[in-house]
Design a protein around this ligand. Structure first.
Ligand code: GGG
Length: 358
């Protein structure tokens, strides 16, 4: 029997609520499809910072390296600056394990209320591929004369040919594999940022020549935001830089009903290091501890992990079980208009995993 070795970092806030919920669902899938999990929990995050002055220990990357995958919850604590928490935990893992393709599907499922008028389930179904290791998140910059009247802040974005080509190529391959509209949309802001984003546009045109069977479109990020609201059904695969990909995926979660439904896979496609799977949402301090966080984004991230690790039948069963739970609208959480809790939604999904047709 296959045993998947997974490092679990629940992190902060509702990360500590949705991660165990998703593990219950994944265990149910493992039992049904006859494979096993070995989970190892790492209590890293803001509490670790308060105790030790660091979000994770100095040898954290070495500790994580042997695992098949990392299952991550959320990071962020109102008592700490977000750049301390993010740059101390999530971003170094993405960079050090070269998880350069962040894959974020956006699907309008049956039973979910879409905030856009007239959109039916199934009509919105696209994937955003976010560059995940460089761009605006490169952490190059500094502060001069801090706090004074002449204070200067510099933050540079870094775009390399290697990094840009590989994520664009990944997105083209995904458009081919999905075989839906075979359309790849590249999103930049090259009218204002001619060096970096003009460079991205050129690389996009270069790589596109290798994929004559995939149609292409280039949009400025402002137009892309407008079009995601006006005509979301037209998109198939979108590729964007680190920052734009992050912003676009909060918007795509909103138009598909809830941030509580949006999963994310930080992939190292060459499998040289473990990939990491997490909900798009953060720690949500406003609802943390109340037991009402939607576990579905974490569960769907778990399904993406199963698929990446070769358990595709189990992955499909988990996704179907979420879809069934949404369609029944029983036990669902308040973000979806229900009056259920994390526990009731998880119970329904687990029951559906056990009973769903193969
Ligand atoms: N589960 C993802 C999470 O905790 N996200 C917090 C966050 O602020 N992420 C920013 C980013 O992914 O760029």
């Amino acid at each position: 029997m296959t045993t998947l070795r997974v490092a679990v970092i629940p992190g902060d806030g509702i990360g500590c609520e949705v991660t165990p919920a998703a593990i219950r669902v994944l265990e149910a899938a493992a039992e049904r499809f006859r494979f096993g999990f070995e989970w190892r929990h790492f209590p890293w995050g803001s509490e670790h910072y308060f105790q030790h002055g660091l979000m994770m220990p100095p040898d954290a990357i070495d500790q994580l390296r042997p695992f098949d995958a990392i299952f991550f919850g959320a990071v962020g604590d109102p008592r700490l600056q977000d750049n301390v928490t993010l740059n101390g935990l999530l971003l170094p893992i993405r960079r050090r394990f070269d998880q350069y393709a962040c894959v974020r599907p956006a699907v309008l499922y049956p039973g979910v209320r879409c905030p856009l008028a007239g959109k039916k389930s199934g009509e919105i179904d696209f994937v955003v591929v976010r560059e995940n290791t460089e761009g605006e998140y490169a952490q190059i910059g500094g502060i001069l004369y801090p706090g004074g009247p002449h204070e200067v802040a510099v933050q540079s974005a870094m775009f390399t040919r290697h990094g840009t080509e590989r994520v664009i190529r990944f997105a083209f391959d995904l458009a081919r594999r999905r075989n839906r509209k075979r359309l790849l949309t590249s999103v930049t802001k090259s009218n204002a940022q001619g060096f970096s984003m003009g460079f991205w546009d050129r690389v996009f045109t270069d790589v596109a020549r290798e994929y004559p069977d995939v149609r292409t479109e280039s949009l400025l990020v402002d137009a892309a935001c407008m079009d995601l609201v006006r005509r979301p059904e037209d998109f198939d695969v979108i590729v964007a830089s680190n920052l734009f990909g992050d912003i676009l995926t909060d918007l795509s979660a909103a138009i598909t009903g809830s941030l509580g439904l949006a999963p994310s896979a930080n992939l190292n496609p060459g499998r040289t290091f473990p990939s990491m799977f997490e909900p798009v949402h953060g720690s949500a301090p406003d609802i943390a501890g109340r037991g009402i966080a939607n576990p579905m984004a974490a569960v769907l991230a778990g399904a993406m992990m199963l698929d990446f690790l070769g358990e595709s039948a189990a992955a499909q069963a988990v996704e179907k079980s979420v879809v069934q739970t949404l369609a029944d609208r029983s036990g669902i959480t308040p973000d979806l208009g229900g009056n259920g809790t994390t526990a009731t939604a998880t119970d329904r999904i687990v029951a559906n995993v056990a009973s769903a047709a193969p």
